[in-house]
Design a protein around this ligand. Structure first.
Ligand code: EZ4
Ligand code: CO
Length: 412
C-alpha cells in the first residue's frame, strides 16, 4: 500500500474548500479535508510544499506512524495550519484503510454505538418573529435541536444571523449562516456586549414560551465576553435550560472558564478554534467544560480527536464537533464516522452545504428524523468529482471582524 500521488485540490463551489487526495500504487484513493476558513492557501502551501513530497512512497496503512512523523517530525508543533494539514493526511489514510478493508470507517473505529447522531441546526433572526420562523423551518426539516442566535437592538451586523448575511451579500445559494465573504477585505461588524447581555435572556424566554421546555436549545457566545460577563450570561440563562453555551470567552485564557464555572450551571462547550489535545487537557481534567467543540479537520484528524474524546470520556465530557459550512463534506463525513463509533457522543453541529458543493462532493450520509448517519460505503463515503471541482477556482474570502462603537477592534 505505497502512496503514489498526493494532490491538493482547491475548489470554491459555494465557498473555498481545500482537499487532499492520496492515491496508492494499487489505485485506491483517499480524501482529507484541510479547509481553514479565510487562510486556505496557507494550508495549501504547507501541504503541497512540505507534506506531499514526504508522502510519496510511504506506506498508506501506517496511520498512527504517519501522524507521529508529521507532528513530531516537523519540530514546529501545533497551530491551525499544521494541524489542518495533518488532519487531511490522517482522514485520507483512514478513507484508504476503509476502502482496502471494504468497511465504513466507523466499523474500523469499533462499530456503531448508536442509530445515528443527534444534530443541531442554526436558527436565527434579526428579531423574534424572524427567529420563530427559522426555528419552525428547522423543526419542519426534522431537526430535534436548534442553536438560537438573534439580532440585538442597536447593533447593525452581528455574528450568526442568516437573513443579515444575505443583506451583506455573497453567492446566490442560501446558507443557514455563512460568515466568510468573498472579496479583498473582511466585512466589519459591530458589537456591544452590554446590549447583548441585556437582550439575549429575553430572546430565550420568548423561545421557551413558544416552543416549550423540551426542545434542546444551544447558543454561541463567539468568544466575545469577559469571564465575569460570561458568568452573568450563564446565570441569566439558567431558567431556560440550555443544552450548551458555546465559546463564552476567548479561550486562550483558560483560567477564565474556572471563574465562569464557579458561577453558573449552564453547560459549557468550547474549542472550535483549538487544534490539539493540549488545548483541551486542563479544561477537561478540571471539569470546566461539558462539550469538546473540536472538528476533525482542525484537531489533526480522526486519530487525534479520538484520543481527545477518549480522555474527555473519563471526565463525563462529551463530543460536540464543530460542523459549519467551512468544514467540507469530507470533514463532516469524518465527524460522522467518529461520532457514530465513540461512546461519549454529545451532539453534532450540522449546517447544510449548498447545492454546488453537493455536486462537487458526492456524499453518502443519511438524514433521518433529526439524526445523521455516515452511510455504509467503504471508507469515508465521499468522492470528489474532479470535473465539477475544476469549474470553481479559488476566490479570496475573509471572515468578518468586529469593532466597538468607539472604533476598538473586538474579538469576533
Ligand atoms: O464562526 O465556522 O459554531 N460555529 C461557529 C462558526 C464559525 C466559523 C468560522 O470559520 O462559530 O460559524
Ligand atoms: Co461557534
Amino acid at each position: 500500500m505505497r502512496i503514489d500521488k498526493a494532490e491538493v485540490i482547491v475548489t470554491s463551489p459555494d465557498r473555498n474548500f481545500v482537499t487532499l487526495k492520496i492515491t496508492t500504487e494499487d489505485g485506491i484513493t483517499g480524501l482529507g479535508d484541510a479547509t481553514l476558513n479565510g487562510r486556505e492557501l496557507a494550508v495549501v502551501a504547507y501541504l503541497s510544499e512540505h507534506v506531499a513530497p514526504l508522502l510519496i512512497g510511504a506506506d498508506a496503512s501506517r496511520i498512527e506512524d504517519t501522524w507521529q512523523f508529521l507532528y513530531r517530525g516537523a519540530y514546529w508543533r501545533r497551530g491551525p495550519v499544521t494541524m489542518a494539514s495533518i488532519a487531511a493526511v490522517d482522514m485520507a489514510l483512514w478513507d484508504i484503510k476503509g476502502k482496502a478493508a471494504g468497511m465504513p470507517v466507523y466499523q474500523l473505529l469499533g462499530g456503531a454505538s448508536r442509530k445515528g447522531l443527534l444534530a443541531y441546526g442554526h436558527a436565527s433572526g434579526k428579531d423574534i418573529p424572524e427567529l420563530f420562523d427559522s426555528v419552525n423551518q428547522h423543526l419542519d426539516e426534522g431537526f430535534r435541536a436548534v442553536r438560537i442566535q438573534s439580532g440585538v437592538p442597536g447593533l447593525h451586523a452581528i455574528y450568526g444571523i442568516a437573513s443579515q448575511s444575505d443583506d451583506v451579500g455573497g453567492g446566490e445559494s442560501r446558507y443557514d449562516h455563512e460568515p466568510a465573504r468573498r472579496g479583498s477585505k473582511p466585512v466589519e461588524e459591530d458589537w456591544d456586549t452590554e446590549s447583548y447581555l441585556r437582550y439575549i435572556p429575553t430572546v430565550f424566554e420568548a423561545v421557551r414560551n413558544e416552543f416549550g421546555p423540551a426542545l434542546p436549545l444551544l447558543h454561541d457566545g463567539h468568544h466575545r465576553m469577559t469571564p465575569i460577563q460570561a458568568a452573568q450570561l450563564g446565570k441569566s440563562l439558567e431558567p431556560y435550560h440550555l443544552f450548551w453555551l458555546e465559546d463564552c470567552t476567548p479561550a486562550e485564557n483558560q483560567e477564565a472558564l474556572r471563574l465562569v464555572r464557579q458561577h453558573t450551571t449552564t453547560p459549557l462547550a468550547i474549542g472550535e478554534v483549538f487544534n490539539t489535545i493540549w488545548d483541551f487537557k486542563d479544561l477537561i481534567r478540571e471539569q470546566l467544560i461539558d462539550y469538546v467543540r473540536g472538528a476533525v479537520t482542525h484537531m489533526g484528524g480522526i486519530t487525534a480527536l479520538k484520543k481527545t474524546l477518549d480522555y474527555a470520556a473519563m471526565y463525563q465530557v462529551s463530543s460536540g464537533m464543530h460542523g459549519p459550512t467551512d468544514v467540507s463534506p469530507v470533514g463532516m463525513a469524518a465527524a460522522l464516522h467518529l461520532g457514530l463509533a465513540i461512546h461519549n457522543f454529545g451532539i453534532q453541529e450540522y449546517m447544510t452545504h449548498g447545492s454546488r458543493t453537493n455536486q462537487v462532493f458526492e456524499q453518502s450520509f443519511a438524514w433521518n428524523e433529526g439524526l445523521l448517519h455516515p452511510g455504509n460505503k467503504p471508507g469515508l463515503g465521499v468522492e470528489l468529482n474532479v470535473d465539477e471541482a475544476g469549474k470553481y477556482p479559488y476566490e479570496r474570502a475573509y471572515l468578518p471582524y468586529n469593532r466597538l462603537a468607539d472604533g476598538t477592534v473586538h474579538d469576533w
